[in-house]
Design a protein. Structure first.
Length: 359
């Protein structure tokens, strides 16, 4: 049995256990993307609670790619001092923290909706980016990553999931380009590769660069698990330090969600364990994290013991219990979060700091 509470190494970064607080926006920054005062004590609580690795909620690299009101930025040097206060608070308790950097693409409701192609949403339209704009985004990712290190982060996570820009480029549904940025999977993953290479060139070989990727868009004709496994393999070969597996992209339909679940009852609790196993087969021994659906310590243990993933990533449970890792170590068998989603309801999202509404 693998000890989930022993230190684990991601690239050159040693973390104190195998638990990750998955990137979770606080949706509580000012109009310039500077985090508000209340955010820092929250991260201090998370670090004090014993989490191995914290991933900061997504940071926009360019105001045009701002996904929602209240989103924090990494687009300008003016954001660095407050983010440095946040990373200092985490390091005070011997925690480790990555900055998740992102570009909204079609979902840039607080910026400019644009992406790989012209695209029509439910009540919005997005335009196709020019080649120069795509290269500009690559450069902005690099700039954001450099700022993250200046702000004291231990590395970065490239957000390539959840229907944001890089996820859109990966999707055959969202990306209908016929140039070098679209068409076959090699071209569709080009943006992700170029972003990674730019960041690696700036940060060097010893700084952790992670990525979050969909195991499946859960759409009729979008990004599939077979494609995800190919992209994950390519990025592992390229030198990415850790991959976090999630799911859900442009065109998502809930009726497709069950295809990601594992058929083994002991592994069926996390939503994407079945798909994650297929991705694991192409990436081993690269560190792999799985997020979404964990409720019991038994399921966490089973996922690691069976080699489905190396790291347990959670989001909502840490809103309810920032000290959850300590509680699990002391014998607690189940998270308290009931996944009511009141924390992100439209009535409070970006109007108050994201927090549990039932604790």
């Amino acid at each position: 049995m693998v000890d989930l509470f022993k230190p684990y190494k991601i690239g050159e970064l040693q973390i104190r256990n195998r638990f990750i607080r998955s990137a979770t926006t606080s949706a509580w920054s000012d109009e310039n993307g500077i985090i508000r005062d209340e955010v820092i004590p929250h991260y201090e609580q998370l670090a004090e609670g014993g989490i191995g690795l914290i991933i900061k909620g997504h940071l926009y690299i360019d105001p045009r790619g701002k996904a929602h009101a209240g989103m924090a930025g990494i687009h300008d040097d003016a954001v660095i001092p407050r983010l440095k206060e946040l990373t200092d608070a985490v390091h005070l308790y011997d925690g480790a923290i990555l900055a998740q950097i992102n570009y909204g693409g079609y979902q840039a409701s607080a910026g400019e909706r644009m992406g790989p192609s012209n695209y029509k949403g439910k009540d919005w339209n997005a335009r196709a980016m020019t080649t120069n704009e795509i290269w500009g985004v690559v450069d902005k990712f690099g700039d954001g990553a450099s700022r993250a290190i200046s702000a004291g982060f231990d590395g970065v996570q490239i957000h390539a999931a959840h229907g944001y820009l890089i996820s859109e480029f990966l999707s055959n549904n969202a990306n209908t380009r016929t140039d070098e940025w679209g068409g076959d999977l090699k071209n569709r993953m080009r943006l992700l590769k170029e972003v990674y290479l730019d960041i690696r060139g700036r940060l060097g070989a010893d700084t952790v660069i992670s990525m979050k990727i969909n195991c499946d868009d859960f759409s009729k004709d979008g990004f599939t698990v077979d494609e995800s496994a190919q992209v994950a393999h390519a990025m592992a070969t390229q030198g990415i330090d850790m991959i976090e597996v999630s799911g859900g992209g442009i065109g998502r339909e809930d009726k497709y969600l069950e295809r990601a679940r594992h058929t083994d009852p002991s592994l069926s609790e996390p939503s994407f364990a079945g798909h994650c196993e297929k991705i694991r087969a192409t990436t081993k021994p690269k560190p792999l994290a799985l997020v979404n659906g964990f409720r019991t310590k038994a399921a966490m243990q089973a996922v690691v013991d069976n080699g489905i993933a190396d790291l347990i990533s959670m989001s909502r449970p840490f809103l309810n219990e920032p000290d959850l890792v300590k509680r699990l170590k002391e014998g607690q068998g189940e998270v308290y979060c009931i996944r009511c989603d009141a924390c992100e309801s439209n009535s409070v999202f970006s109007k108050e700091m994201l927090r549990c509404r039932t604790a």
